[in-house]
Design a protein around this ligand. Structure first.
Ligand code: MN
Length: 291
């Protein structure tokens, strides 16, 4: 059975980190989470002038995963476990914060000095109670290693970050069943994407428009899908680009505050106390200049 659209939510604008603006379909006043997803942020597209680019300086996370997908621009990250790296167009970082990590997510020095375009996404994926205190884990996959595929007519293209589509299977390992894909659809494109019935699924259009389950959805709109085991994606009058996200619902209580997402208020208080007492660690910076 093909899924149909249950609700459509229009993204609102929200100031984050050091002051950058994101387009955020959820959470919002209406939608706390779409189990197992906790947040979807679109950063940009924005053209920074020299000296303008800002990011998110040192901050902690516990109890879930942050997934960063950069389309344009260069972001650098450092963390309390000693990881350090850069993400460029098409790269993905799947970070399991688990028991806790302190990290920074900043535009590269070159981007800060010269300015430039930034566009990307961060989603938050919840962890089941049994894995909230798991060891932090990183999966960093450069653009060239993200599996991609095209439909036979060439009108639909997909980059598979999680799950499988058009014969391409993700290289990233997820703790629970997750689908996360970046689709480009030209006019005339028509694809049937199998999506297991047990997954909660949604589509976020971020460029142009597309027909999702037969209905037109335009940039900045999130369509939450109903029951079924397949999704029909079609091109609209012009090109469109969208994210498909789906995951097995955890059906557990959510206690969230800022960078911590736990099951109970007591666990949240513990997370704050652990962060304040330094148990989540701190970023060790050497004198070496990050460039
Ligand atoms: Mn973060």
């Amino acid at each position: 059975m093909n899924r149909s659209i249950e609700t459509i939510h229009t993204a609102h604008h929200q100031r984050e980190g050091g002051g950058f603006i994101v387009r955020r379909p959820f959470p919002s006043g209406q939608v706390e989470a779409i189990d197992p997803f906790l947040l979807l942020d679109e950063m940009g597209p924005i053209d920074y002038r020299p000296g303008e680019a800002v990011g998110a300086p040192d901050h902690p996370h516990r109890g879930f995963e942050t997934v960063t997908y950069v389309l344009e621009g260069e972001m650098e990250h450092e963390d309390s476990a000693g990881h350090r790296g850069a993400l460029r167009g098409g790269d993905v970082q799947w970070m399991t914060a688990g028991a806790g990590i302190v990290h920074s997510e900043e535009p590269s020095r070159a981007l800060r000095e010269r300015g430039g375009r930034v566009h990307g996404f961060q989603i938050w994926v919840n962890l089941p109670a049994a894995l909230k205190m798991t060891r932090p884990r990183y999966q960093e996959v450069p653009a060239a290693k993200i599996p991609h595929a095209k439909s036979a007519d060439g009108l639909a293209e997909v980059r598979v970050i999680a799950g499988a589509a058009l014969g391409a299977r993700a290289v990233i390992d997820t703790h629970t069943p997750i689908v996360y894909q970046d689709w480009s659809l030209q006019p005339g494109a028509s694809v049937v994407l199998p999506l297991a019935a047990e997954l909660r699924a949604m589509v976020y259009v971020f460029d142009g428009g597309a027909k999702v389950a037969g209905a037109k959805v335009t940039s900045g709109q999130l369509a939450v899908l109903g029951a079924g085991d397949a999704l029909v994606l079609e091109g609209a009058e012009g090109p469109g680009r969208l994210l498909v996200m789906a995951g097995a619902p955890l059906r557990e209580p959510i206690a969230r505050y800022g960078p911590f997402v736990m099951n109970t208020r007591a666990q949240l208080e513990e997370a704050f106390a652990d962060y304040q007492s330094g148990k989540l660690g701190a970023i060790t910076r050497t004198a070496q200049v990050v460039s």
